[in-house]
Design a protein around this ligand. Structure first.
Ligand SMILES: [Zn+2]
Length: 132
């Protein structure tokens, strides 16, 4: 039983050999190549289909006079104020802070925290909301 095999391959060299610095590429190699052409610019062709004209009326905190996209009737939007996301966040923060004796409902009563939801009074279609 002789286990005198080959020595491990990493044990043969103990000398400090520095690799020769890589030779810089010659200029003819660097310049002679094909230069980068103009950068790729995607061409967006405008679709010339039938244009759908939508009258976007900015919804404000008040009732807005507009044409309902659902029933196409002219009306003033019916507004409804509901506590917005800020009110819920502020309320939950107040709850975490320990003010849970009704104080967490304060943001829901502050007008600036309320979102105004617009609905069509004729057909009841939801038209959007105004976030303060
Ligand atoms: Zn409507």
């Amino acid at each position: 039983m002789e286990k005198n095999g080959n020595p491990p391959p990493y044990g043969w060299s103990n000398g400090y050999m520095q690799a020769p610095p890589a030779a810089p590429p010659s200029y003819s190699q660097a310049v002679g190549g094909v230069g980068p052409s103009s950068p790729y610019t995607p061409h967006y062709q405008p679709t010339t289909g039938p244009q759908i004209v939508t009258t976007v009326v900015p919804l404000g905190p008040q009732a807005t006079h507009m044409i309902c996209p659902s029933c196409h009737g002219e009306m003033n939007t019916a507004t409804q104020t509901k506590p917005g996301l800020i009110a819920y966040i502020a309320g939950s923060i107040l709850c975490i802070l320990g003010l849970f004796c009704g104080c967490c409902l304060i943001p829901c009563c502050i007008d600036s925290c309320m979102d105004v939801h617009h609905k069509c009074p004729n057909c009841g279609a939801y038209l959007g909301r105004y976030r303060r």
